[in-house]
Write a protein that binds this ligand. Structure first.
Ligand code: SAM
Length: 317
């Protein structure tokens, strides 16, 4: 049965029989999003119909959101449109390991750039249906301008500080022609122009426009992993994935949801995460989300991806 629910000002259309929805997570969605800032690049590996992705995009974040369930992705796209943030959310329907590997894979060689034609094709594939295609093609090949209320830009994110070099050819991603990214159109459309001004149309460039051209293998601010029963095991996907020679700025925060039984400890959960990552975690932060049974609670384990888990040399794996 298709229904509509509201959370923190966003509307979500969904069919309970086809997709996951838990209204008891509303506070947790809000808590995590409160840590994001306009312009942040967010990667949601288990996005469902978008309860993290959509409010994050409403805040002005660029979101790469994935779910294995095609119905979830279908509703996520519908909800992105309903909430008018479809220009900030890039939706994928893949297994989470494949998704993160393809999103973060770095170019095989500098200067091996694909043509605009490839980017355009990728963007066509990204389109939800025919009448959206022009919009996505346009937005991939030119800057996108989105409307963000002034109050969503904090003082530290004044337009001048956020503004980066304009690069409307971001879509010409440096990929080898055989890359799966070419086929799937991943990471091609991250050139987003964020405007603090109200009432700006798509592809119009206002004065004071903020352009964010960072590609996901260069920088991601936060990764969300809300699949509490097994997200810890998915951390192995990050082993040797980020290449430090391409990475700009701090490594991402990973927010990995998990269950903890009363017989288990935070140290034990951390050790499970470290084993999966193949690296030690510095200063893990645990947040108790809710009790799910008398002896079992849901937690969010947050930590910065350790450099030890990344490729630090010049080598290409
Ligand atoms: C607990 S729900 C979380 C959904 C949403 N993030 C939320 O907070 O409500 C987990 C989601 O992970 C998806 N999922 C399960 N296994 C997956 C996998 N291997 N790769 C990607 N997504 C997966 C499910 O379809 C489901 O939508």
């Amino acid at each position: 049965m298709v229904t509509e629910v509201k959370q923190y000002g966003a509307t979500f259309k969904l069919d309970y029989s086809l997709v996951y929805w838990n209204s008891r997570l509303e506070h947790e969605h809000l808590r995590l999003i409160s840590k994001f800032q306009a312009g942040d690049i967010i990667c949601d590996m288990f996005a469902g119909i978008g309860p993290f992705a959509i409010p994050a995009a409403q805040k002005g974040c660029i979101v790469y959101a994935n779910d294995l369930n095609p119905d979830s992705v279908r509703y996520m796209k519908i909800n992105a449109e309903i909430n008018k943030v479809d220009n900030l959310i890039h939706a994928y329907n893949k297994d989470a390991r494949k998704f993160i590997a393809e999103l973060l894979i770095a170019p095989s060689s500098e200067g091996n750039s694909l043509s605009n034609e490839v980017s355009s094709k990728s963007c066509e594939k990204w389109g939800m249906h025919e009448n959206r295609k022009t919009h996505f093609e346009d937005s991939c090949l030119t800057d996108k301008v989105v409307e963000i209320p002034e109050e969503n830009l904090s003082n530290s994110e004044s337009i001048g500080q956020l503004c980066m070099k304009d690069d409307s050819n971001l879509a010409t991603a440096k990929r080898s022609p055989g890359s799966p990214l070419e086929e799937n159109g991943m990471a091609e459309c991250a050139s987003t122009c964020v405007s603090g001004k109200k009432k700006q149309g798509l592809n119009k460039r206002p004065r004071g426009c903020v352009s964010i051209n960072t590609r996901p293998w260069e920088h991601i601010d936060h990764v969300i992993m809300n699949l509490p029963a097994s997200a810890l095991q998915f951390l192995d996907a990050f082993r040797d994935l980020v290449q430090m020679r391409y990475w700009k700025g701090s490594l991402p925060w990973i927010h990995c949801y998990c269950f903890m039984r009363s017989t288990e400890t935070k140290e034990y959960i951390t050790s499970v995460a470290e084993t999966a990552l193949g690296a030690s975690i510095q200063d893990p932060v645990f947040f108790r989300v809710r009790d799910v049974a008398p002896n079992k609670a849901m937690y969010c384990l947050s930590f910065r991806l350790p450099e030890e888990a990344c490729v630090t040399g010049d080598g290409w794996i």
